[in-house]
Design a protein. Sequence first.
Length: 430
Amino acid sequence: MNRIIKIVVVGLGQVGNYLYNELKIKAKDIESKTGKKIKIVAISAKSKNKKRKFKIDKKIFYSDPLKTITEKNPDIVFEVIGQSDGISKRIVEKALKNKIHVITPNKALIAKHGNYLAKIAEENNVNLEFEASVAGGIPILRTIKESLASNKISKIYGILNGTTNYILSEMENSNQNFSEVLKKAQNLGYAEPINPKLDLNGSDAFAKVRILSALGFKSKISKAKCLMEGIEKIELKDIKIANQLGLRIKLLGISEIKNNHLFETVHPCLVSKKSYIGNVNGVMNAVITEGKPVGESILQGEGAGPGPTSSALLSDLISILCGDVKNPLGVSVSKLRSLKQYNINNYVNSLYLRFEVKDKPGVLSEITNRLAKYNISVKRIIQTPDKKNNKATIVIITHKTSELNCKNCLSIFKNHKNILKKPTLIRLLN
């Protein structure tokens, strides 16, 4: 690699613009660490004249990002657009095929096309680095690929989305409802201002679970459909009741090997307020790995925002500049395992069930009788009457039951004259 390294940045949104500025102000520091001088030779985005936090050099601006490769022949391309397909995929694919290193925070792209893109990188002896795609500034991917490389990992789980963790924490702290706190998150830049759906519905966290599975279990990135739920249905009432029970609600991503099958899921979990994961609040992320012989390892840090993301992107840059060419997924794509999917119907949890009902005799027994028919046994009941409106809230904590029973359970309460709305179901963390 030459001493002067030509860099292209494609995508100048919140993260890309921040990264562009960091590359400029930290150029000397990077040179002292690596002996390589970096030079930004081209930048590209949708709009040249968009108002940005940091000024850009319009003399090196390209409206067509693909031309930056053919005309500038860079050494490294940062893809910071964020699409799972389209121009993001084309720019990464073209760069790798032209023997150019690629660094990206794009978890959607890696989760969907990681197997294919890693193969191209291997064939062309270049790096495809994506540390920033999972858990912001936490070096979890490098930890799994390098520091824990000799361990047999059996489970990876944690809080993988800073936006949802902030919302759930702030609902508890401020006593405000979901929509109020979402607006606050958007104003602070923690949630997308126009469409935060991918954070809220669990898609963002699930793409990260896919990547963690591949690295942790040395397997191909899975394409199978799995259980994925977000936090949109969590109400302030649930936060308050959880608090009474000594619990908190967290959106968790879970990846595990069960009976030699791959189990991946993202859904809200009730966790103990005394547990480690129950005390990771705000925009913080935390990833817990379980393996042999190391046992349990925990990494925690900020998972949202341009600062932590840029930190991980620059970490990847320094790794490349130090001359390390590595297999993007830890081992060669040809050696990755193809794991069969675990049957989600066999997933077992205790359940939190909240019913809003008419306050009249016999309703509770109707509910418990129906649960009993599906072998769902009751562990605890909390009943709160609302005499003024002739209603009541019934919360039932069940003993452990299968996901199949869980699905059937909700279907049996669809059209019940005494139940005023669809019950809320939240799983307890095993």
